[in-house]
Write a protein that binds this ligand. Structure first.
Ligand code: SF4
Length: 476
């Protein structure tokens, strides 16, 4: 049976988009690896990249050109230095040369070799990318890839999900499988997900992997809460996380809280727990991540970059404002990750396929499930929380202004986080046996809604806010 790991859902990377930045970046790396395997990389004198569909339409705002250039030049989104990324890209563009994989010198004319095909969509998926390598003897090697959401990439002809053939002790295709496994064995959701993860790696490796992701999330929130200014891209969007943060932390801010994440989190815990304070903290956490994401910073794809703020915000809320420990954070991530896998298998996590319900909606459902697990919810309540969170994102369109992952994206993460917390609260007070809508039912509904949604609302910037707002002024 095909399987997806939780560590495939949470990926460390670079903003602003998982499908339009991370995916093309990985596709470029895969293409050059293919040439290397064929023994043809050294003979390559030029690479042309064609972007199709949504990748072309919102590619410039989503930094797809940057991602392709960095991928071809051998940088990796997990390990690259995020400081000065754009300057490195501009240097390559102006030099007219690129070092493929950092090894082979080739010509590069960004106008001719990076082509945005605005009017063409490849048949398999809205995010198509085709590489053509020109060899020194005139031959051409062509490969086509699809960025299918959440940074997953498939080559033409491959399976669509990015899933791998691994035999799991608890195979899960739909939410009902989770219920059945847990009931049959008397286990909780994190137990069965953990057992599945053991098929990929040791317990220590899984724990270290999840812990690293949580650390990158915290670093991202800390950085975003201590950075102000205007976001890149020309929309002149002002960062707001820092302003909210500074008012909240006020007297507790010290040089140590600015330097040290643990001291910072301790200060947050002491800063007050009134409803309005907690609400603003969650907003600050989510805004911080997505402002970093918009500024090409390091984020965790969860399950996408546009929605990268929801889960860290709810996790830090859980850590600071509920009874929580390290084991519970792991339980949160396992549970949330498994819910993300359900949506990936049963619907989509690609905005180009399903609109924003596939990004913010899925991240909110994942966070709601994770939080409910930490709060001690039953299996039914955990799944119910995910269902509630998605139910109230159904039909949400993707219409980023200027093709940038800024408006409405950044604020949407605060909304997704708050809905997740509320969904968990409702589920904890509910009897799931009396629920009228199941998680499987809402996943099917989301996929049906995605298929009915007009193409202009699927990450094209041809509908909604993207065409009704001009430089921040609503024209309706
Ligand atoms: S509107 Fe939603 S789906 Fe579209 S780019 Fe923004 S966050 Fe992503």
């Amino acid at each position: 049976m095909e399987a997806i790991s939780v560590l495939d859902i949470f990926k460390i990377g670079v903003g602003p988009s998982s499908s339009h930045t991370m995916g093309p970046w990985r596709a470029a790396q895969r293409f050059l690896e293919h040439l290397r395997t064929l023994g043809l990389l050294e003979r390559c004198v030029r690479v042309r990249t064609d972007l199709y569909g949504s990748l072309a339409k919102t590619g410039r705002g989503h930094a797809t050109d940057m991602a392709v250039i960095l991928g071809l030049s051998g940088e990796d989104p997990v390990t690259c230095e995020v400081e000065g990324l754009m300057a490195r890209v501009e240097a390559i563009k102006s030099s007219g040369r690129i070092r493929l994989r950092g090894e082979v010198d080739a010509e590069f004319d960004s106008d001719a070799d990076l082509v945005f095909n605005f009017d063409k969509v490849l048949p398999y998926h809205a995010n198509g990318i085709r590489f053509t390598a020109l060899l020194d003897d005139g031959r051409r090697i062509v490969q086509t890839y699809y960025s299918v959401g959440g940074g997953f990439v498939v080559q033409e002809g491959e399976k669509p999900t990015g899933a791998r053939a691994v035999s799991l002790p608890f195979p899960i295709e739909v939410a009902e499988d989770i219920t059945n496994h847990c009931r049959a064995r008397g286990l909780d959701i994190p137990d069965i997900v953990w057992a599945n993860e053991q098929r990929w790696r040791s317990d220590d490796e899984t724990r270290a992997g999840l812990w690293k992701i949580w650390r990158v999330m915290q670093e991202c929130m800390h950085r975003g809460c201590h950075t102000d200014g205007i976001l890149p891209g020309g929309l002149e969007v002002t960062r707001r996380a820092r302003g909210i943060h500074d008012k909240l932390i006020a007297d507790d801010a010290t040089p140590e809280t600015r330097r040290n994440i643990k001291a910072w989190i301790d200060a947050i815990k002491c800063s007050g727990r009134r409803f309005d304070q907690v609400l603003r903290w969650v907003s600050a956490f989510a805004l911080a991540v997505n402002e970093e994401n918009a500024a090409y910073g390091r984020v965790v794809t969860a399950p996408t970059n546009g929605a990268a703020g929801v889960i860290p915000a709810v996790m830090l809320y859980t850590w600071c404002f509920t009874p929580c420990d390290e084991d519970k954070i792991i339980q949160f991530m396992l549970t949330a990750g498994q819910v993300g896998i359900l949506f990936k298998k049963g619907a989509t996590i690609s905005a180009a396929m399903g609109g924003c319900q596939a990004e913010i909606g899925v991240s909110s459902a994942m966070a709601a499930a994770g939080l409910t697990q930490v709060l001690g919810g039953s299996v039914g309540q955990v799944l119910m929380a995910a269902e509630i969170a998605m139910e109230h994102h159904l039909g949400m369109t993707c219409d980023p202004i200027g093709g940038l992952v800024q408006v409405p994206c950044i604020e949407r993460n605060t909304m997704g986080a708050m809905k997740a917390i509320l969904a968990a609260s409702i589920a904890m007070d509910s009897d799931p046996s009396k629920a009228r809508v199941s998680l499987d039912g809402v996943i099917r509904t989301m996929w049906a809604t995605a298929q009915d949604m007009q193409a202009k609302y699927k990450e094209t910037s041809e509908g909604g806010l993207a065409v009704n707002v001009s430089v921040g002024i609503i024209e309706c």
